[in-house]
Design a protein around this ligand. Structure first.
Ligand SMILES: Cc1ncc(COP(=O)(O)O)c(C=O)c1O
Length: 444
């Protein structure tokens, strides 16, 4: 506990205001929602002074920890120097070049152009536009269960009915089957399958397009879909197919990027995916409103002669935060930490499968981990209410987690990648107790 923070409004007043004036789509986690007012490192604090280990990071945005001293110092210095608060790319601005230079060092070979954006959605919109412009084709292939953003074009590529609205503008989009080894849409097991999911990308092109495509977009770990983690061979097969049919491969690293998956800064590089574009946001700015689209020169060059502009792209405060976050990730060895801590967490959770039949699958990479909850391991019936109960129990014990999956039955675990071993142990102990309680009380 820390000191209680005086706030102008009670939680009940804010809930009532939101109900009346926010869009009905504004969803709140937890039966008894919490009001977060303060944060430091891996912890966040509510207005009652209660401390929580933040294992969801807003929504997978906190890499280096909240209010990292280096980022705070950098921002304070900028203010104290009266450094320009806003300028666009119509003028020269060094922070934009600093951040771009740092990011491009981490890009897969051949991706040497970058555009900053305000968000992940905008980065994906730009990638679609660049792919269509480069190929002269319109059709983009996505995966069922994917999520690429909330704007009109990206929502057309959302593989979840819950996120889509009636009568949306249509765009040229078609969906291939999801590469989900736990619930294989082809009824296969990974040990003996022939990557039917990868072949389905080709069948989708042959049966739902005129035979040429603009692009294929996929997340290397499908975040909103419930951290579905396809085998690396999937991506190699699919990239070949996409290129054979004239398309550009867009790797959406909005959740997986910035070292979260352990191994390399980008999972695209680690898995050796032959991508033409990589999109980023969330963790690479440590919560700053920034995204990026990395591109091969040959794709970027095709845009020459046109104008593409967005007011806040490369905003000095946002790019500064991204640059400092990338510096911290490097200086503090956070990618290796994500690998080691993620390994401990995954092993601990995998052990729990033996004790709790509620846990159907544990998956993910580094510190992007999911536990899919099922009512019965044989039927794999979705345990969505149990997932809510589990999250509430963890919250009461001081641990914040997220959820995802088409049916909302996948616990999402994505703490800052600076998390320590003691904190991992706390998470495992807390989740163990919460699983035990849900197992005891649930109806089977
Ligand atoms: C994989 C993926 N792509 C794109 C987006 C959209 O990013 P933003 O919310 O910053 O627009 C998200 C957001 O959750 C995401 O998870």
């Amino acid at each position: 506990m820390t000191e209680k923070m005086k706030t102008k409004r009670s939680n009940e007043e804010m809930i009532a205001f939101r109900k009346k004036h926010f869009l009905p789509t504004a969803y709140l986690y937890h039966k008894d929602p919490i009001h977060l007012v303060k944060a430091q490192g891996q912890y966040v604090y509510d207005n009652e002074g209660k401390r929580y280990l933040d294992a969801i990071g807003g929504i997978i945005c906190i890499s280096a920890g909240h209010n990292h001293p280096k980022i705070k110092k950098g921002m304070m210095e900028m203010l104290e120097r009266d450094q320009i608060q806003h300028t666009s790319l119509l003028y020269l601005s060094e922070p934009a070049v600093d951040a771009a230079e740092k990011l491009l060092k981490e890009a897969p070979a051949g991706l040497d152009r970058v555009s900053f954006t305000n968000s992940g959605s905008e980065a994906n919109e730009l990638a679609f536009m660049a792919a269509r412009n480069a190929t002269g084709e319109t059709m983009v292939i996505n995966l069922r269960h994917s999520y690429h953003g909330g704007t009109s074009g990206t929502l057309a590529h959302c593989g979840h009915h819950t996120w889509r609205f009636k009568a949306q503008p249509v765009t040229q989009a078609t969906s291939a089957m999801e590469p989900n080894c736990y619930r294989c849409p082809f009824g296969k097991e990974r040990s003996s399958c022939a990557l039917e999911c990868a072949k389905n990308v080709e069948t989708t092109i042959q049966t739902t397009t005129h035979g040429k495509i603009a692009a294929f977009i996929a997340e290397p770990v499908m975040g909103v879909g419930g951290f579905i983690s396809p085998p690396p061979e999937y991506f190699h097969e699919v990239a070949k197919i996409v290129h054979n049919y004239g398309g550009k491969y867009i790797s959406d690293e909005v959740q997986t990027g910035a070292g979260r998956c352990g191994g390399r800064f980008l999972l695209t590089t680690e898995l050796g995916i032959d991508a033409d574009m990589v999109t980023m946001a969330k963790g690479f700015g440590n919560g700053a409103a920034i995204g990026a689209c990395l591109m091969k020169t040959e794709v970027a060059e095709k845009m020459a002669g046109k104008l593409y502009f967005n007011t806040f792209a490369a905003d000095p405060y946002q790019v500064l935060q991204a640059k400092l976050t990338m510096d911290i990730i490097e200086e503090e060895g956070l990618i290796e930490n994500a690998k080691v801590m993620g390994g401990l967490l995954k092993d601990g959770l995998t052990q729990m499968i033996k004790k709790y039949p509620l846990i159907g699958d544990v998956r993910g990479r580094g510190l992007l981990l999911g536990a899919e909850l099922v009512k019965d391991p044989k039927t794999k019936a979705y345990a969505a209410e149990e997932c809510v109960q589990f999250m509430d129990l963890c919250k009461e014990a001081g641990l914040l987690l997220g959820k995802g999956g088409l049916m909302g039955n996948v616990v999402r675990i994505a703490p800052p990648i600076s998390i320590t071993k003691d904190q991992v142990n706390f998470m495992l102990e807390t989740m163990d107790r919460a699983f035990a309680t849900v197992e005891k009380t649930r109806t089977k």
